[in-house]
Design a protein around this ligand. Structure first.
Ligand code: DGJ
Length: 729
């Protein structure tokens, strides 16, 4: 068992291969305190850290300073309103308007494996890979049962947490805040790392000093968002890629979130994560439960590389599911940047014919195939094939594409409704809107009120019936706006505060139904680029479109930030046309291919129109993808240099698990005069193995390549990229 309860000391200890986490029960009132999270410890004698001998640390010894106790005790799950002035994880309002709650341990369970979380995506594992601790706690006065759920993984340095709240009282109450995880610890002079961005500029890494007070990242846009990411890492000042301590949290949820760190007056830090409180108010009837989503926690004593490896391994083995979990994905060509809305059957077939000759394996028909959708201002919701455009119908097109030896994929934006659509004309109350107030349009569309089961069923049937009508093997599920005007025509007044969360649950239900009915389908999530790239969506789709910006240079920072947490196999990446449609930059076709190779790899251009020299390069790129994709998908990723830090070049490496092979990508963004070569230091090779660089005679030892480095000749010019393939000699 990787989880032990030491009865005498009243300590729970959770172990992963290299980390330990300890929880202590304190005083007659059974407070649940956080003792330790860090490097793996052999012993557990850390109870002295609970400071139970020092007044005012336990109410039973000094109740006149109870407030001081609340305000500084390291709580595992801090509840609010009774004297802890740090931001709490939990708050409620009772039927008669009272607030305030406490939490005391009652009992616990330890068992092998991991429970599913009802209605929510979550990491999974059996007894051979993980153990679970459930701490059952109560606030008798308020009638609350809290179940704090922890799972420790045996094959990865990750611990997951979530919380289930049950109403054990005699009256309904309203949950106004239910975060999922918290770590109360001493401030080790931390820096804070978050991922920020915008449309076409997602997940850029930001590092800054952690100061007193509250800081972090949030979204209340109804989705995880372009702007912020449900991720937070606190790192010691000396932390680099390879050294230093990292405490990280990532939220397995796709809606509003709060990822926060608060430094208190006593220089302790409360790091917490959960559903954002904005417009959150969940009515909990007697006997009913509320399950909060899961947080993944990672501690690394080996810098950011250690953290990244832990997240990648966990997500590859214990989050991503389905047929494509461990499989190479078909190389696709998407017609969005090739045609936008201006296409018909013949145009798509002309792209497919050319693409199939070059080795491309799947045609994806993007936005514009349904209703009267000839621009982005109408028809969402009218999921009926536009036969003026697709002459002969969808099945004819799909069959013709299949005859070329290619698979066929299709785009949907199921969660939306255009004001100019037959669906809206028939059901104006189906949009999320404050009854009586004209709702805010964004991209000239509204969001469907998915808190209503009949709308969920309608959406599902429309999508599924299209998929049933032809041999469609891939779906790009898009979501192009944020939630505003939070109101439902159907929810009762005291449940309107449930809309945000019910919406996310419904998206999960839809994707769950879809992946169950179509188990062979390759699902790629997308949200105006990468605004919903999070572990919640990864549970349903093994890949997510990373960004609408496919410029090879912009992608360096986007993919670096994304790969800080998520495996390369999840990052939707395409070779697009130039001048690039988002930044107007012109980069070599070869560089675009090499950068996209770090993700799922595909094309997003009119292959019938690009320069012949570029077209000639596609078969080579296709061959490269087939040669390297197993390594890229399965290997361990290491960051060697970051263009966003050095402003000159970027470099990353993927090493196979057996360390017999590695692929290094080097991108020279800007050349410098009088500069012949650059030395790069490889990582995690086998020091005792000999490696040959493909295409060269010379053989180098792993230790030389790691400690003395490898000389990369100046590739000459801006935006140049090189692949260096090392194979055991
Ligand atoms: C946003 C996506 O990110 C694009 O790739 C494309 O599918 C458009 N939506 C279509 O409207």
């Amino acid at each position: 068992m990787s989880i032990t309860y030491f009865e005498k000391e009243r300590i729970f200890k959770l172990d992963t291969p290299n980390t330990s986490y300890m929880i202590g029960l304190v005083d007659e009132e059974n407070f649940v305190g956080h003792i330790y999270y860090g490097k793996r410890l052999a012993g557990h004698e850390a109870g002295y850290l609970m400071r139970t001998q020092e007044p005012p640390f336990v109410p039973s010894k000094n109740n006149r300073e109870r407030c001081s106790f609340y305000d500084c005790f390291p709580f595992e799950y801090p509840t609010g309103g009774l004297g802890d002035y740090r931001d709490s994880c939990f708050s409620l309002r009772t039927a008669n308007g009272n607030v305030g709650s406490s939490l005391s341990y009652v009992s616990h369970k330890i068992y092998g494996g991991k429970p599913a979380l009802e209605g929510l995506p979550a990491t999974f594992g059996e007894a051979d890979t993980c153990d679970t601790l459930e701490l059952i706690c109560e606030d008798k006065h308020a009638g609350i049962e809290y179940v704090l759920i922890y799972t420790a993984f045996k094959d990865t340095d990750a611990i997951t947490r979530s919380v289930r709240i049950r109403n054990i009282g005699n009256e309904p109450f309203y949950l106004t805040k239910v975060y999922s995880a918290c770590i109360d610890m001493d401030n080790k002079d931390f820096d804070m790392i978050t991922l920020h961005g915008s449309w076409a500029r997602e997940r850029h890494i930001q590092r800054k000093t952690l100061g007193f007070g509250m800081q972090g990242a949030t979204s209340f846009r109804g989705k995880s968002s372009h702007q912020n990411h449900p991720f937070l890492a606190l790192v010691t000042k000396n932390t680099t890629q390879e050294t230093g301590e990292v405490y990280a949290m990532n939220f397995v949820y796709s809606g509003n979130f709060c990822a926060q760190a608060e430094v208190s007056q006593f220089d302790s830090v409360r790091m917490a994560m959960g559903i954002h409180t904005e417009n959150f108010c969940w009515k909990l009837e007697c006997g009913k439960s509320f399950q909060a989503p899961e947080v993944v926690m990672v501690y690394s004593a080996t810098g950011l590389d250690g953290m990244t490896t832990a997240f990648h391994r966990l997500y590859k083995k214990h989050l991503i599911r389905g047929e494509y979990k461990d499989k190479k994905r078909p190389i696709l060509i998407n017609n969005w940047e090739a045609t936008y809305f201006n296409f018909d059957t013949e145009k798509l077939l002309s792209i497919a014919r050319e693409a199939s000759k070059l080795g491309i394996e799947m045609l994806v028909m993007d936005d514009g195939w349904f209703g009267k959708r000839n621009s982005d201002n109408c028809a969402l919701g009218d999921w009926y094939v536009n036969e003026d455009k697709l002459q002969g119908g969808l099945k004819y097109l799909v069959d013709e594409v299949n005859k070329l030896g290619m698979k066929f994929g299709i785009w949907f934006e199921p969660e939306m409704i255009s004001p100019d659509s037959d669906l809206y004309r028939e059901h104006p109350d189906w949009a999320i809107a404050i009854p009586g107030r004209k709702a805010t349009e964004s991209r000239q569309q509204y969001v469907l009120d998915l808190s209503r089961p009949e709308i969920v069923d309608y959406v599902y049937e429309r999508v599924a019936s299209v998929l049933r009508s032809a041999n469609i093997e891939y779906v790009k599920w898009d979501m192009n706006r944020e939630l505003t005007d939070l109101g439902s025509y159907c929810l009762p007044a005291d449940r309107q505060g449930e809309l945000y969360h019910r919406y996310v649950l419904a998206v999960y239900e839809l994707q769950d139904r879809l992946t169950k009915e179509f188990p062979h389908l390759l699902l790629e999530n997308c949200s105006g680029g990468g605004a919903r790239f999070d572990p919640g969506m990864l549970y349903f789709s093994p890949q997510i479109w990373c960004s609408d910006d496919a410029d090879a240079i912009e992608r360096l920072s986007i993919q670096e930030g994304t790969a800080l947490i998520y495996p390369l196999s999840t990052m939707g990446a395409h070779v697009a046309d130039c001048p690039n449609h988002t930044v107007g930059r012109v980069t070599p076709f070869e560089t675009r291919g090499i950068v996209a190779l770090a993700g799922t790899f595909g094309y997003e251009l009119d292959v019938t129109k690009i320069p012949q020299a570029d077209r000639d390069m596609i078969p080579e790129q296709v061959a490269m993808y087939h040669k390297y994709n197993d390594l890229v998908r399965q290997g361990d990723y290491y960051r060697i240099a970051s263009y966003s830090e050095n402003h000159q070049y970027d470099c990353w490496e993927v090493v196979s698990e057996d360390k017999k092979e590695a692929l290094v990508t080097y991108v020279q963004v800007l050349n410098r005069p009088n500069f012949k070569s650059r030395r790069i230091y490889l990582k995690e090779l086998d020091a005792n193995k000999l490696y040959r660089i493909e295409g060269e005679e010379a053989v180098y030892s792993g230790e030389l390549l790691m400690y003395a480095g490898l000389q990369v000749p100046n590739p000459w010019g801006d935006f140049q990229a090189r692949l260096i393939h090392l194979i055991e000699a």
